[in-house]
Design a protein around this ligand. Structure first.
Ligand code: ADP
Ligand code: MG
Length: 697
């Protein structure tokens, strides 16, 4: 089997300058919108279309409106002064109007619109001073038999230096290079959805016959979007299969440690926790490598699921690790989990970048000998000299910033370590499938019982003094408060200064001993102390930057104030708010905003007020921001889809995943007729890497 692009695709991968109307200069401009080859242009679809069907007269139209009419050219009227336009009187079947040209070249106008001639003109008609006029018509055509004005004209997204006319010409020329390709789509699906063939679909997508053809739900658009999603899911399915092909470890615990830990807990697991634990255990028992995602809303109790899974590894005589994104979180896991583990006779330790010298060496020894059974920590867990006796399970906590590649690196650490990734906040289903499509997913869609919902209020920063008064009353009742300082993207120093100022201010008004401070620039030991003081209730108010965003769990805190909330994204606000509402006390979230709110900030904040449901917030976030932004395309490893719309066509992603996984089961090497067609699709979609993976396994 060769591993290079099939010849049938060559015309689509040629240089852009082979297209009519595209020279080196416009090719350069095109490349600003990532259009470098005819294929890229073909996948750049119109986002609108203009009705150019000729009509007899403008009469009866509501202006402004785009219209196409046949006219008889009347008198010309030269500009009556500087800055005045050149006018040409025309008459259609029923009424007079004017064609208007600013800065016109007179000879050009006279040549194209000789008095007495008949012309077809098309453009936007407006009423000015009570007169209908068409300023700079889009088209002026001799109205004989061979005019070539499509009844509907596609409208493309443009970039500097590229006009609609060029887009039109270049896409037509690219379409001429398209040939029939073997069908890769599932025949049943294709029939059921009434999808056209690929070539047909492309042609029609570039020649919409009205706005209904632009809709994401049109068969043509669906088909093309599906191709993209299907190629992506095939790639993920191949990656998944190649991970699973590597022989995994059978890790089967006897439940004894789990049982003894559960007995010491003051609560029992929720149904969703029990289900997720079972999913994970079933995977671990199989001789294939687990690659699973645990999605749960803030406060849904992911840590317990993690602990139970790690205990299963220990019961089976193995070891487990859990990596947190920050030192604070790693320490919190140590504090929360060690007593539970020790009670059950399990040794649990912490390893972070702060471990140095002799102590570190001792820990590494104990790990290599198997004396330490569970290790929690930060990225330091993956340093080269960290070796295990029998590592079975690696858990990555709160890591929405982890891409496919990093997961694969992680897998390389142990022999065939089972992997569990836990997301910090829910992400919409279609995105989860795109981003984590190589994984299996468990969802914690149930919160522990007894949680009171969090009351969320928006407060203008102008009322800061009142807020502080309220806090004074609250802390005198023994309540604890997070105070989150403004997010400053560009500068941690500015962020720190803001936090320090607020700290001083609050200390002055609420009492020196009552207020603590934590931010990213502090010394590690100072950070620990600030956290410990707050956890122990010695301080009542913790002023913090977003270092507390992810995961921090202090159940006695029941108020959170977020300054300049309008600058935070929805997911982040939800994460921050999730710091409260963890105990059985009713909690409050105060969103402070300054000045007048912009439209999108207002939308974000009102969603926060409306709901505490992280899954719903995630969907709204996708709607407001679009897929790329949500995960940060660059760091997420999420492909940029040119056609597929993850919001409008969310259902297609799931269908594509099922289809891809099922097909790969029947034809794991892509050898059948459809398999060959799928290969062509992968090349077309520039997913050739996956094809190489096929041959190594
Ligand atoms: P997250 O999913 O945000 O990581 P945590 O694991 O930190 O959530 O759990 C949040 C809080 O809920 C913790 O204080 C934890 O002890 C508590 N908790 C977890 N599971 C349950 C349960 N089944 N019943 C009651 N409380 C629970
Ligand atoms: Mg957590």
């Amino acid at each position: 089997m060769t591993h290079s692009r099939p010849e049938i695709l060559f015309p689509l991968f040629a240089d852009l300058t082979v297209l009519e109307g595209v020279g080196p200069k416009s090719a350069q401009n095109f490349s600003n919108i990532d259009v470098d080859r005819p294929r890229d242009l073909l996948f750049t679809l119109p986002h609108g279309c203009v009705d150019r069907r000729p009509r007899a007269s403008l009469k009866g139209l509501i202006f402004p409106s785009i219209a196409t009419v046949e006219v008889k050219v009347g008198a010309h009227q030269r500009p009556t002064g500087r800055g005045r336009p050149y006018r040409v009187m025309v008459r259609d079947a029923e009424m007079d109007f004017q064609l208007v040209f600013f800065h016109a070249r007179e000879d050009w106008v006279q040549k194209n619109l000789p008095t007495g001639a008949r012309r077809l003109v098309s453009g936007k008609v407006e009423v000015f001073d009570g007169l209908a006029q068409m300023v700079h018509p889009d088209h002026i055509l001799r109205n004989d038999k061979d005019i070539n004005l499509p009844p509907f004209e596609p409208v493309y997204p443009l970039t500097a230096g590229i006009s609609q006319k060029l887009m039109y010409r270049a896409t037509r020329s690219a379409l001429n290079r398209v040939v029939d390709l073997p069908e890769w789509a599932d025949p049943n699906l294709k029939a059921e959805r009434e999808w056209p063939d690929w070539r047909q679909a492309l042609k029609r997508a570039h020649s919409p016959q009205g706005m209904q053809d632009i809709a994401a739900s049109s068969a043509v658009r669906e088909r093309l979007a599906y191709d993209e999603l299907f190629a992506h899911q095939i790639t993920l399915a191949i990656a998944r299969a190649s991970v699973r092909r590597a022989k995994g470890l059978k890790t089967q615990g006897d439940g004894s440690l789990q049982k003894s830990v559960l007995q010491t807990l003051p609560f029992s697991p929720t149904g969703a926790q029990t289900r997720s634990i079972a999913d994970i255990q079933t995977d671990m028992e199989k001789p294939i490598r687990m690659n699973r995602l645990l999605q749960g809303d803030v406060g849904s109790g992911k840590t317990l699921v993690a602990l139970m899974s790690m205990l299963a590894a220990v019961e089976a005589g193995g070891q487990a690790i859990m990596m947190a994104p920050t030192e604070i979180l790693a320490r919190q896991h140590l504090a929360g989990l060690r007593p539970l583990a020790e009670n059950a006779g399990v040794r649990l330790e912490l390893l972070t970048g702060r471990d140095k010298g002799k102590e570190r060496i001792e820990k590494l020894k104990a790990l290599a000998s198997g004396d330490i059974q569970i290790l929690v920590g930060t990225h330091a867990l993956f340093q080269k000299d960290v070796n295990f006796h029998d590592l079975r399970l690696a858990i990555i906590d709160e890591q929405h910033r982890f891409g496919v590649q990093q997961r694969m690196d992680l897998g390389a650490k142990g022999r065939a370590v089972d992997i569990l990734v836990m997301t910090a906040t829910p992400i919409p289903r279609s995105l989860a499938l795109a981003h984590y499509g190589d994984m299996d997913i468990s969802v914690l869609n149930e919160k522990p019982p007894g949680r009171k919902s969090i009351e969320t209020v928006m407060v203008s920063a102008g009322r800061l003094d009142q807020v502080v008064e309220r806090l004074r009353a609250a802390i005198s009742e023994g309540r604890q408060v997070y105070w989150v300082c403004p997010l400053v993207e560009e500068s941690e120093v500015v962020e720190m200064t803001a936090a320090e100022d607020r700290y001083k201010h609050l200390r002055a008004s609420l009492g020196e001993g009552n207020v603590g401070l934590v931010h990213g620039q502090m010394k590690p030991s100072e950070k620990d102390k600030a956290m410990d003081d707050f956890i122990a209730g010695r301080t009542k108010v913790l002023v913090a930057t977003t270092v507390i965003e992810v995961g921090v769990d202090v159940p006695t805190a029941s108020i959170i104030v977020i300054e300049q909330a309008e600058n935070f994204g929805l997911a982040q606000l939800h994460q921050l708010r999730g710091r409260v509402g963890r105990g059985d006390e009713a909690s409050t979230c105060l969103l402070l905003y300054s000045g007048r709110l912009g439209k999108s900030a207002e939308a974000r904040l009102s969603i926060m007020r409306e709901t505490n449901d992280g899954f719903r917030i995630a969907e709204e976030d996708l709607r407001l921001r679009g897929a790329g932004d949500l995960l940060g395309v660059a760091q997420s490893g999420l492909p940029r889809f040119r056609i597929a719309d993850l919001e409008e066509q969310a259902d297609l992603m799931k269908i594509a995943q099922d289809d891809a996984r099922m097909f790969l089961q029947t034809d794991p090497k892509l050898e059948s007729e459809r398999g060959q067609a799928v290969r062509t699709l992968l090349y077309l979609m520039e997913q050739d890497k996956a094809i190489r993976l096929l041959s190594v396994g």
